[in-house]
Design a protein around this ligand. Structure first.
Ligand SMILES: Cc1cc2nc3c(=O)[nH]c(=O)nc-3n(C[C@H](O)[C@H](O)[C@H](O)COP(=O)(O)OP(=O)(O)OC[C@H]3O[C@@H](n4cnc5c(N)ncnc54)[C@H](O)[C@@H]3O)c2cc1C
Ligand code: SF4
Length: 820
């Protein structure tokens, strides 16, 4: 098609929704339109969502540009920046800018966004009173923070809190004034609102809730606020974050029907003029206006289909979900989070871990979600809510999903694997699980950055970054090698290796010290805190302090929480060999506490399932057996066969060696769980070749192989070495595991670690270089000498001494009726 055959498409507004619509059009056709865009701002299209991290100093303006000038040039788009359209002449199909520039159109898109609302209280026009909407506002706040010290933010919603966090980071004393008692009351109930408040107070934010402002004080510049309750506050910068109003002045002026916004039909055409389309925050669709990008991007798709004549893909409105972008504070909310009369509420509260989850259920469907502290399942719940999924069978298990249990044994892989193809992983950009998996498989992507570049997932608020990693891991299995350069999580710029180096170089021995010294932006999250806690214990075994609050729920409880909220208790049964006395004790406990299920596990132990939280300590006391650490990133089991003691094929005493190794290593913490197996001959009855460390008796010695895994992606072990004696096995296994402890990343199983660092280098470190091997074993011994007590026994002793039942911290599942 030649230039002259092309239709003229003009767009007013160079923001997120409008440019997304252009991108969608270009995906369908690049030669139907001659495109011209007018933008009032001086920048090309940028990610407005990321202004909060820019203000908080976590990223830069350059990093949030979505489409640079080159993109417009490459797509033959004429871009006018800093030109505000002042008139639309529908009769002449023409727009006119403030400097007189004119452009004729065949089709026009209005994408003018919205204006921040400024409450018209006396003094609202004083210097130092401003909104938070664009890069210029961001720059103005950064400049103000250099001169002034006291800031106030009116509005305790999402935007107000993000602005306040940014000002705090800029060194200003910041007070948030909110007219309601609950922060983010449009998205959170009072419980989540309180948890949010206390987390933000811990970061230094001050709140004045249930407070109305009467007047803004000061001569020319704001100096303070007078409140209706008679109190006042000094401040020299005031941010109003009290909502937005669709920007429809142009549309009104040219007599397009406007109500709360520019009124459009299901195909994004204005109801007044079919050649004029509108998209984004400026529109009203079926009575609703939207202020989050996910629905606007859906609108953009529909607009592109309609304007290019690709058939009628109608827009039918959106259900919203929200995520707060403050480092270290995880909040997710979607749908009707309070619940109508007659709806059920399912709640989970872990006060010590700072986790709260609430689901509103009506007619066996999820209608609303509020999550605080652990939001990993948010996208899944949101998808089920949109699909109207019948959750009656999952009801009692919903809140204890893979991620909720912390260590499900697969580092969260289950969660990604369980999501349906249609589940939207990146809410901001509308990217589904299938889009991401297809990109990984078809385009050979292996890093989060490549996925963002290819699909846009995790490119906006960053809330889905963890899920994207899980999809990489679950799709690629051990082929996934985390980039050396990726930071541990969004709370820091540092990667695992850098954090370990700094802990060593600066002798950091507490989680708090690490976060403080290494400039953590926040209080840490469920990814970085357990990792730091592991690293300080591994590097400074004698001097570090274990931080219980940085452990996942199961490790804090020393038991595995099950999907119905009860616990499972697994005592140590060394090498799978038990005694009549132990069996009688287990049976007596099972009868006394009416344990509903007694199960022999794949690791040759006995699992008591269905234990009530309040019975845990008494059961451990009655059992009088060591903890099996079935809940921790520790040695789980050493599976053994009967070996030469009983088996006619046996060449070595596999049971004896297995028991000895289990007793030696039983309390050691690792980056992830570790399983061993010892078989008495190459028939391999203990399945040694799919364990982290597998030992097989052969004529005249033992074969040691490592890095196996029997999980979702089965991996066979690789041969490490052949040795003659059980003593040599012990030394090599200890050296291998200490090498893994030192160079593995938290949450990384042996199999991917071995793949990452390379079998050859491991062989050199633990087999060939004898001095290094001995040094590794010696360091493990220093650490093991600090492990003198059993966690169950500690808990029994603590309870006897203090009389405190600390386990009350974890309130298990509650189901109740709303408003009844
Ligand atoms: C600080 C901040 C944080 C946010 N965080 C989130 C979040 O976490 N999640 C989320 O989903 N959403 C968030 N949002 C909201 C999100 O940014 C908006 O929903 C989205 O940007 C709206 O897109 P839009 O294209 O409709 O409007 P905009 O992106 O505002 O674009 C409209 C553009 O039109 C220009 N314009 C207006 N009138 C004219 C004219 N007459 N001539 C020429 N140009 C004109 C404006 O200058 C502007 O550049 C946040 C917003 C802010 C300000
Ligand atoms: S692995 Fe060998 S020694 Fe062990 S039980 Fe099987 S056949 Fe017997």
């Amino acid at each position: 098609m030649t230039m002259s055959d092309k239709k003229k498409l003009v767009m007013v507004g160079n923001g997120m929704a409008g440019v997304r619509a252009i991108e969608e059009i270009l995906k369908i056709t690049s030669d139907m339109f001659d495109i011209t865009i007018f933008g009032a701002e001086k920048y090309p299209n940028y990610n407005r969502i990321m202004l909060s991290p820019v203000l908080a100093g976590e990223t830069t303006v350059e990093d949030i540009i979505l489409n640079d000038e080159q993109w417009y040039a490459d797509n033959d788009i004429t871009l006018y920046t800093e030109k505000r359209i002042e008139k639309i002449q529908r009769a002449y199909k023409k727009v006119i800018a403030d400097d007189g520039t004119e452009a004729e159109y065949d089709k026009l898109i209005i994408a003018t966004g919205s204006n921040p609302f400024i409450i018209p209280i006396p003094g609202h026009d004083k210097e130092g009173v401003m909104a938070f909407r664009d890069i210029d506002d961001c720059d103005a706040m950064i400049e103000a923070a250099k001169k002034y010290k006291k800031a106030a933010v009116i509005g305790g919603g999402l935007l107000g809190l993000e602005a306040a966090k940014g000002l705090l980071n800029l060194g200003m004393e910041t007070t948030v004034i909110h007219d309601q008692s609950t922060l983010m009351n449009m998205q959170l109930d009072s419980t989540a609102g309180e948890m949010l408040r206390s987390d933000l107070e811990a970061q230094g934010m001050v709140f004045k809730t249930s407070t109305l402002t009467e007047e803004i004080l000061g001569e020319n510049r704001v100096t303070g606020l007078q409140f209706k309750d008679g109190t006042s506050l000094e401040c020299d910068l005031l941010i109003m974050a009290v909502g937005i109003r669709p920007n429809m002045a142009l549309a009104k002026d040219c007599r397009l029907l406007c109500n709360r916004g520019i009124v459009i039909n299901d195909y994004m055409q204005t109801v007044t003029d079919p050649s004029i389309y509108a998209v984004g925050e400026c529109v009203e669709h079926r009575g609703a206006v939207y202020g989050l990008v996910a629905p606007l991007f859906e609108q953009a798709k529909t607009l592109a289909h309609m304007i290019t004549g690709q058939g009628l893909k109608s827009y039918e409105g959106s259900v919203l979900s929200t995520k707060l972008k403050i480092s270290g504070v995880d909040v997710f909310s979607a749908g009707d989070f309070m619940g109508a009369s007659g709806a059920d509420v399912i709640e989970l509260m872990d006060q010590v871990g700072g986790v709260y989850k609430k689901l509103i259920i009506e007619d066996d469907e999820i209608k609303g979600v509020v999550m605080f502290g652990d939001t990993a399942d948010g996208p899944t719940f949101f998808q089920w809510m949109q699909d109207g999924k019948d959750i009656s069978d999952l009801r009692s298990t919903l809140l204890f999903s893979a991620s909720g249990l912390g260590d499900s044994g697969h580092s969260g892989i289950d969660l990604a694997a369980e999501m349906t193809d249609a589940t939207i992983v990146c809410g901001c950009n509308g990217v589904s699980k299938k889009d991401i998996v297809d990109a990984i498989v078809n385009d050979g992507l292996t890093t989060r950055k490549e996925i963002t570049a290819n699909t846009k997932a995790a490119g906006s608020c960053g809330g889905c970054e963890g899920l994207v990693y899980q999809l990489l891991t679950s799709t690629l299995g051990t082929a996934f090698v985390e980039s050396e350069h990726d930071p541990i999580c969004a709370c820091t710029e540092l990667n695992h290796e850098q954090v370990k180096e700094q802990i060593k170089a600066r002798k950091l021995t507490t989680v708090r010290d690490v976060m403080h010294t290494l400039d953590w932006e926040c209080e840490g999250c469920q990814v970085c805190r357990p990792a730091i806690n592991y690293y300080i214990g591994m590097i400074w075994p004698e001097d570090s302090e274990d931080d219980r609050s940085s452990r996942i729920a199961n490790e804090r409880m020393h038991a595995n929480i099950q999907k119905d909220g009860t616990y499972s208790v697994i005592p140590r049964i060394y090498g799978g060999e038990t005694t009549p006395d132990d069996l009688i004790r287990i049976a007596t406990v099972a009868k006394k506490y009416a344990v509903p299920t007694v199960k022999i596990t794949g690791g040759q132990r006995i699992d008591l399932l269905g234990i009530k939280k309040e019975d845990l300590t008494s059961i451990w006391k009655d059992l009088d057996m060591p903890s099996g650490y079935a809940y921790g990133k520790a040695l789980r089991t050493v599976k053994t066969c009967v070996g030469s003691e009983w088996c006619r094929f046996g060449t070595q005493n596999s049971t004896g060696l297995g028991i000895h190794l289990e007793k030696e290593l039983e309390r050691v913490w690792f980056p992830a769980k570790v399983k061993l197996a010892v078989s008495g001959c190459p028939r391999n009855c203990a399945e040694s070749t799919i364990k982290d460390v597998g030992i097989i008796g052969v004529e005249g010695g033992w074969e040691i192989s490592t890095g196996g895994n029997g999980g979702v992606h089965v991996v066979a072990t690789e041969m490490l070495c052949l040795v003659e004696t059980a003593e040599e096995v012990e030394e090599i296994v200890k050296a291998y595991l200490q090498h893994y402890r030192e160079t593995g990343r938290h949450n990384e199983r042996c199999a991917p670690w071995q793949k990452r660092v390379g079998m050859e280098s491991i062989k050199i470190a633990v087999v060939d270089d004898i001095d290094n091997r001995k040094a590794l074993v010696a360091r493990l011994k220093v650490y093991m000498d600090t492990l003198d007590s059993d966690p169950w026994q500690d808990r029994i002793d603590d309870e006897a001494r203090t009389g405190s039942k600390e386990f009350n911290e974890y309130r298990t599942i509650e189901i109740k009726e709303v408003n009844s």
